[in-house]
Design a protein around this ligand. Structure first.
Ligand code: BES
Ligand code: MN
Length: 463
């Protein structure tokens, strides 16, 4: 193990240079104009794998390609021979969220900049920096000739930020090859570098687009205003009815399947570091708001929500334009917790919106991507091994946490491969994932490499 640790130490600055290279690809999966950039980025990842001694391929899909890379296998595993060694998948994504609004970035999103102990770029923490940390750990094993105690297959996809559509069918088609003892994912967060964390639950998600149609064209608001409903106003009134004054989602049946939080879990949450004033400052809000009866940590990770993600209608240019807009649209997502089911939530929302939509406008509700919530017991031997690896690398007692974000593929891994995901996030709360000035802390990057190095030894001893 010592040579692996020494190698990582000696190659710190080189690994940071390589992270910069990785971050220069504008691999924005949601934007069709970046299709070639996603391809180029996938090729760079595959080439990087080959360079450090893995067998890698770029798998085309209907959407963006998936990169598969395997460590050299000591024994050839076929259908008939039982695997002699544990096999783990490392999952990550090379696609990133759109960088807009550009004007809020202190430096261009795809020109990585290092300031202090942070590297700024879109995708820095979500997720390029986090998956590269694992790649560097495996490189250290291979380059120092240290035998790996397990077989490892990397699955690095390009559609995580848009719902991981191609990966599901890819997993089905390549199930045999990908069967494994567990999936390791660093695509979540930790409270601070003093609190390394194992995440044992994620929220699920359903997305919607709600459009209210009014007059067949924008109308003169002086000539016609007062005789027809204003779709923007109708939309605001309708949306206002979706949340009550206690911060609860006001859709009948929405909470029916929500598992109550156990006293034990609530006690654990209360032990996580949290200071309301710091949190408020970090987010720039005058006062926090959330579901009554729950702490902010519970609200953001273990309770369901409904959010408006975007709101569009009428004239948005400079000056004024006196119209009654023809339509108004809201992009909405709900975050789900166990045992809420995305399909059921879609139906409840459709039914409710239909019942409260005024007859003066026509509504159109399109359901988009969805993912089930995820919850796994943190007491098993694999979780214990992960906690040891966190402690060895960060030299702090790790904590257990639930996260509010979603990684749609974890439930699919469970269904198709029958394996649980170990989520060892390296992103900090102020890393600005999905926001302007996204960053990744370089200490988390370096310690994350060490964590991954320890992990394989710890995991393989128990699997
Ligand atoms: N890495 C995040 C998910 C995440 C972030 C989980 C922080 C827990 C804590 C992931 O890349 C992401 O942003 N997922 C999307 C999924 C959606 C587009 C289906 C999300 O949660 O919004
Ligand atoms: Mn993300």
């Amino acid at each position: 193990m010592q040579p692996v640790i020494d190698y990582l130490k000696q190659n710190e600055s080189r690994s940071i240079d390589q992270l910069c290279e990785y971050l220069r690809f504008p691999s924005v999966s949601a934007q069709p104009q970046h299709k070639d950039d996603l391809h180029a980025c996938a090729n760079w990842v595959a080439e990087h794998f080959r360079h450090i001694g893995l067998e890698a391929r770029v798998c085309p899909t209907e959407g963006h390609p998936i990169v598969i890379a395997k460590t050299p296998r000591s024994t050839v595993a076929t259908h008939s021979t039982k695997r002699s060694r544990p096999h783990f998948l490392i999952y990550g994504h090379y696609d990133v969220q759109p960088p807009e609004p550009f004007e809020l970035w202190k430096s261009p999103p795809f020109e990585p900049r290092i300031e202090g102990r942070a590297i700024f770029a879109r995708g820095a923490c979500d997720n390029k920096g986090q998956n590269l940390a694992h790649i560097k750990a495996i490189e250290a094993y291979l380059k120092t000739g240290t035998p790996l105690p397990c077989d490892i297959t990397f699955v690095i996809e390009g559609e995580e930020e848009v719902g991981s559509h191609s990966l599901s069918s890819f997993l089905k088609a390549n199930r045999e090859e990908l069967l494994c003892d567990a999936i390791v994912i660093s695509d979540t967060g930790m409270p601070s570098p003093q609190y390394p964390a194992l995440t044992y639950a994620l929220r699920g998600i359903v997305s919607f687009e709600l459009t209210l149609h009014g007059p067949s064209r924008d109308l003169h608001s002086g000539i016609f205003g007062g005789t027809v409903d204003n779709p923007a106003m109708a939309l605001c009134q309708l949306l206002g009815k979706l949340r009550d004054k206690n911060g609860r989602v006001a859709v009948p049946g929405f909470y029916d399947d929500v598992q109550p939080l156990s006293a034990y879990e609530r006690k654990q949450f209360a032990r996580l570091p949290f200071k309301e004033s710091d949190y408020r400052k970090l987010l720039g809000v005058p006062k926090l708001f959330g579901e009554k009866g729950f702490t902010p940590i519970e609200q953001r990770s273990a309770r369901p929500t409904l959010e408006i993600n975007g709101l569009t209608s009428g004239y948005q240019g400079e000056g004024s334009k006196t119209i009654v807009p023809s339509w108004a649209r809201a992009k909405i997502t709900t975050r789900l917790v166990p045992d809420q089911k995305p399909e059921k939530i879609v139906k409840l929302l459709q039914k409710h919106i239909k019942s409260i939509c005024p007859p003066t406008v026509k509504f159109e509700l399109k359901a988009g991507h969805g993912a089930e919530p995820y919850l796994v017991s943190p007491t098993g031997p694999q979780a214990q091994a992960a906690l040891r690896a966190l402690k060895l690398s960060f030299e702090r007692e790790p904590v257990l946490m639930r996260e509010g974000g979603s990684i749609p593929i974890v439930n699919v891994f469970k269904k198709i491969l029958g394996a649980d995901s170990l989520m060892l996030g390296l992103a900090l709360p102020d890393d600005n994932a999905h926001s302007p000035n996204e960053k990744f802390n370089l200490d988390c990057f370096i310690k994350g490499q060490l964590m991954s190095a320890y992990l394989w030894t710890e995991l393989s001893a128990r699997s």
